[in-house]
Design a protein. Structure first.
Length: 202
C-alpha cells in the first residue's frame, strides 16, 4: 500500500517545466506555450489521469502529444494550448476505455491523422465521433468491420497524404515534419502519376 501511495503522488506531480522545455522543439513551427499555459496543461493532464484512474511517470504521453500536434496545419498560436488540453483528455480516455490495447505511439498516430484528415482541425468532432470509432476498432479487433464497419463508414476523399493536406479551396497545406517530407513527396508523386497516367519526372 505504501508503494502505491508513492506512485500515485508521483503521477500527479506538476510537469510544467518539462512542457515548457518542449518549446525548443515547437518553435520550429512558430508556436510555443507560455508558462501559464504550460501550468494549465500540466493541471489538465493531472486531472485527466485522476479521472481515468491512471498513473504516469514523468512527462509521459504529453511529450508525444505536443510534438505531434504542434505541426498540425490547423494549429495556431491562438488555439494551440486549448487543442493540446483537449487532445490530452481524449488520449487518456481512450487508453482507459481500450484497456491499453493500443500503445501510445499508435494512438497518437490515429488521433493525429483523424484530426488532420477527417476532422479538419475540429477538436469537437474528434472528441464526439472519432474517439469512439477508435475505441470500437481497438476493442472489437478483427470483428470491427462486421460489427461496426458500416456504421462508421465515412467520406474517405481526404484519406491519402495528398488529399489530407488540401483545404476547402483545393490548395495543399503541408503539415508533416521535414523528416517525413521525402515520404510524402513520393506518395504525392505516385498519386499524381496514377491520376495523369504517366510517370512524372523527379
Amino acid at each position: 500500500m505504501k508503494e502505491l501511495i508513492v506512485l500515485e503522488n508521483f503521477a500527479v506531480q506538476p510537469i510544467s517545466e518539462e512542457i515548457l522545455a518542449l518549446n525548443e522543439v515547437t518553435k520550429e513551427y512558430g508556436i510555443t506555450l507560455t508558462p501559464e499555459e504550460a501550468k494549465e496543461l500540466s493541471e489538465t493532464r493531472a486531472k485527466a489521469l485522476a479521472e481515468n484512474e491512471r498513473i504516469e511517470i514523468g512527462v509521459g504521453a504529453m511529450e508525444g502529444i505536443i510534438k505531434r500536434f504542434s505541426r498540425s496545419s490547423y494549429i495556431t498560436k491562438e488555439n494551440y494550448a486549448y487543442t493540446l488540453s483537449e487532445i490530452a483528455e481524449v488520449f487518456y480516455y481512450i487508453k482507459t476505455e481500450t484497456d491499453d490495447k493500443i500503445n501510445d505511439n499508435a494512438l497518437l498516430d490515429e488521433l493525429f491523422v483523424r484530426f488532420e484528415q477527417r476532422c479538419r482541425g475540429s477538436v469537437d468532432t474528434l472528441l464526439a465521433k472519432e474517439a469512439e470509432i477508435i475505441i470500437r476498432k481497438v476493442v472489437s479487433g478483427e470483428n470491427y468491420e462486421e460489427w461496426f464497419g458500416e456504421r462508421d463508414a465515412e467520406d474517405n476523399s481526404r484519406d491519402t497524404a495528398l488529399q489530407a493536406r488540401r483545404d476547402e479551396t483545393g490548395a495543399i497545406t503541408p503539415f508533416l515534419t521535414t523528416d517525413e517530407g521525402a515520404v510524402v513527396e513520393l506518395a504525392d508523386r505516385i498519386e499524381e502519376e496514377q491520376t495523369l497516367g504517366y510517370k512524372v519526372k523527379e
